[in-house]
Each structure stands twice: as structure tokens, then as C-alpha cells.
Design a protein around this ligand. Structure first.
Ligand SMILES: Cc1cc2nc3c(=O)[nH]c(=O)nc-3n(C[C@H](O)[C@H](O)[C@H](O)COP(=O)(O)O)c2cc1C
Length: 207
């Protein structure tokens, strides 16, 4: 039965219809020999407020898959919607050999993280250091849920109330292969009157 007033979409079109996917991030990990790996991930999502946990899915053949399972740590690095950065994000998605450090390969810089062994990407504005809470393999993918154990932000991207300055942070979504190399803004705002009491962000000084 076709829904009146809507266009029925065949299964082949479902992936493209569910776009954009989530917050664009680059996941940094280490392999068992301590070598840095980085992979752009379009599927990263915060899945719990307290404790803050993030999830993503990664293909079962990828370096990130092996590194997450063998080391139990990763960093979520969040880039801004800036052409020069996105060109580098896109280049990091090329399937390099496992020993290649994709961050330096595309001309970006790593810095030591504060609580976990994988490094952060210095040119990105927000970083979430994570310990793996659980993983689930299904079909040809691995679902990863990590607990954030430390986070840092470039000072100009956050206000005194602990909230993001959206027009500077300029988070992005990835639209998926159906749209080629297309990224869209995740920061346009509409503020509506909230039916809930306003409260400060979890963990902020005023919270
Ligand atoms: C913007 C962008 C988003 C991507 N999102 C994902 C994703 O969510 N999951 C995934 O498995 N691969 C994703 N990919 C593909 C991986 O980044 C790519 O296969 C990469 O080579 C994997 O790196 P690794 O083998 O070092 O882990 C994405 C690629 C790009 C460019």
C-alpha cells in the first residue's frame, strides 16, 4: 500500500534517504604496535548524557575495527565545516596500508591526549577521549560504544555557560556515498520556546 501524499521509496533508495547520517568525526586509534590510525566516520552519535557515551559503526575489515577491539580506546575528533579541513578529512578516508598515519599523511598534526593513548588531531576544535564500553559485531560491521573519559575544546568554540558557539564550531554532517563528497552544516539554529525548564549543560560549573 502506498501512503497517500508521499512517494514510496524502494529499498535501494533507503540509505540515501537517511541522510545526513550523524556528527562528522575522525576517529583516532593506535594499533598494538603503537602506530597512529585515523578514519573519518560519519556515523558518530552521542548516545547517553550521563555518563557521556558516544557510538559509531565501522566496517569489519578496517584498521579502526582491529584497533578498537585490541586496544579498547579511541578519540573522537570533531572538525568544522571548512573546505580546507574537509578536503583533508576526505583524503583520510582513502584506504591506506595499516601502518600509514593518515593524520600526518594529509598534513595535519597529532598531539598527545590527556587520558588515553591515541592522540588528538590538533587542527580540529573538539576532542572526546573514550574507553570502549561495549562492541557488537553484526553483519559486516562493528558497533562501538565508548565512554568519554576526557574532553577538550578550542577556547573560542565554547561560551562561558559551557555551551558551544555554533557559528564558530560549525559542526558538519556527512551525507554518504550517494551524495559524493558532500558535507552539510549541522549548526543552523531555530530557537523555540521550550516546554521544559532551562538547565545548564551536564557538568558545567553552573550545573
Ligand atoms: C566523510 C566520511 C565518512 C565515513 N564514515 C564512515 C563510517 O561511519 N563508518 C565506516 O566504516 N567507514 C566510514 N567511512 C570510510 C572510512 O573512513 C574508510 O573506509 C577508511 O579508509 C577506514 O580507515 P581505517 O581502515 O584506517 O579504519 C567514511 C569516509 C568518509 C570520507
Amino acid at each position: 500500500m502506498t501512503l497517500s501524499g508521499f512517494v514510496a521509496v524502494e529499498p535501494a533508495g533507503w540509505d540515501a534517504l537517511f541522510a545526513p547520517s550523524s556528527l562528522l568525526s575522525v576517529i583516532t586509534t593506535l594499533d598494538t604496535e603503537g602506530r597512529v590510525n585515523a578514519a573519518p566516520i560519519g556515523t558518530c552519535t552521542r548516545v547517553c548524557h550521563a555518563p557521556v557515551c558516544v557510538a559509531f559503526t565501522v566496517g569489519a575489515n578496517k584498521d579502526t575495527y582491529h584497533n578498537v577491539l585490541s586496544t579498547g580506546e579511541f578519540v573522537v575528533n570533531v572538525p568544522s565545516l571548512e573546505r580546507a579541513l574537509l578536503e583533508k578529512v576526505s583524503m583520510m578516508g582513502v584506504e591506506y596500508a595499516p601502518e600509514v598515519n593518515e593524520v600526518s599523511q594529509v598534513g595535519l598534526t597529532t598531539l598527545a591526549a590527556s587520558r588515553v593513548a591515541p592522540p588528538i588531531i590538533a587542527e580540529f576544535g573538539r576532542h572526546f577521549e573514550c574507553e570502549v564500553l561495549w562492541t557488537k559485531e553484526w553483519m559486516h560491521r562493528l558497533m562501538v560504544v565508548g565512554r568519554v573519559v576526557a574532553a577538550a575544546v578550542r577556547p573560542d568554540l565554547i561560551g562561558p555557560d559551557g555551551r558551544i558557539v555554533w557559528d564558530r564550531a560549525r559542526p558538519a554532517h556527512y551525507c554518504g556515498v550517494a551524495y559524493g563528497n558532500r558535507y552539510v552544516a549541522a549548526y543552523e539554529q531555530i530557537v523555540i520556546e521550550s516546554p521544559f525548564p532551562q538547565r545548564p549543560p551536564f557538568g558545567s560549573k553552573s550545573g
